[in-house]
Design a protein around this ligand. Sequence first.
Ligand SMILES: O=C(O)C1=C[C@@H](OP(=O)(O)O)[C@@H](O)[C@H](O)C1
Ligand SMILES: C=C(OP(=O)(O)O)C(=O)O
Length: 412
Amino acid sequence: MSVVAVPGSKSVTARALFLAAAADSTTTLRRPLLSDDTDGFAQGLTALGYHVRRTPDTWRVTGRPAGPAVPEADVYCRDAATASRFLPALAAAGHGTYRFDASPQMRRRPVAPLTTALRQLGVDLSHDEADGHLPLTVNADGIKGGELDLDASLSSQFLTALLLTGPLTAEGLRINVTGLVSAPYVEITIAMMRAFGAEVARDGNALIVPPGGYRAADYAIEPDASTASYLFAAAALTGREVTVPGLGTNALQGDLAFVDVLGRMGARVDIGPDATTVCGTGRLAGVTANMRDISDTMPTLAAIAPFADGPVRIEDVYNTRVKECDRLEACATNLRRQGIRVETGRDWIEIHPGTPARAEIACHGDHRIAMSFGTAALRIPGGVTFDEPGCVKKTFPEFHEVFSALRRDWNL
Ligand SMILES: O=C(O)C1=C[C@@H](OP(=O)(O)O)[C@@H](O)[C@H](O)C1
Ligand SMILES: C=C(OP(=O)(O)O)C(=O)O
């Protein structure tokens, strides 16, 4: 049995940084994720004039309910969609001129539903190059609040950005939501807003946030459930047992439900009060899975799918085409390179059983493509190589070391 400690959640760390920055005094964040995305988020706050002091285990952030401490800033969000979408909303509630830019990969990803919503609320915001994309400039002068409609079918992060900003508005927000993907991420947002003293109410498809700001907190970040999917998949794939501590029945992250898919495929799964264990049984059955709620784990399942004894069909994941890369396409291309039969449609992929050959994985700069195919490689003699192994730094910089150690410990 292997007990593997997984680094902190990217999503929880990003929200905690936002909430801490907006709170009324100093917040302590325990066990934050140390990765490129969260480092970029913290540096973004620093560029906006917030006081962020970091040691490896503990980050302290001094909140500023009035918004950024500087009248002007240039913020570089790297590859992080959380920073690219949450920070402009935070800045909009302040007073000053703030420009947000990101890597070429992130510049290609949409922000229009969020920027349209902010404009609907009266925020002066311009797209500096391509309409609906970063770079963008916010001429912030506070947000009065009000009612707006939001299409969240490309990303739930637009809704999270607006919800997080709701308590900072003068009159609060009512957001009428359509087409929501990744719904469990919105539940993380609401739970964390409550932990920082704010309220969110529901009325059918509308979410209502009263004004009132946030209270500072002492907040422990749980391990990352999407990262844990690689360890759980590794166990199911190789007939080993892995326990991830710190992710149990009270976990905030919906991605822990990936273990249910592994359970349906034949793995033994135990979600305890404070840990989750997956034990491979030597059998991996084909499965049809709707992954609309847990689409960051789509590549994990796609990469191990050829080892199932029947087809694996993954449905309702159109928005994975607007992530770090077009993930449906990237999964299909890499599987075909490995000699596997794959079909794709607008929002689905079907993978047939086969024996993946050793190949160079085209990562498309996407950490999840690298980590998913790196996991499946445990069953490929000689493993795989990657064109950009370093892209794992976005959320799990230690991925290759952790998986090399597993390969050694499990004699693979
Ligand atoms: O809010 C968040 O922290 C996230 C929401 C999800 O994005 P979408 O809502 O764009 O699917 C997820 O894929 C991403 O990794 C993190
Ligand atoms: C989609 C992801 O990240 P982002 O927060 O940049 O959307 C991801 O981590 O899989």
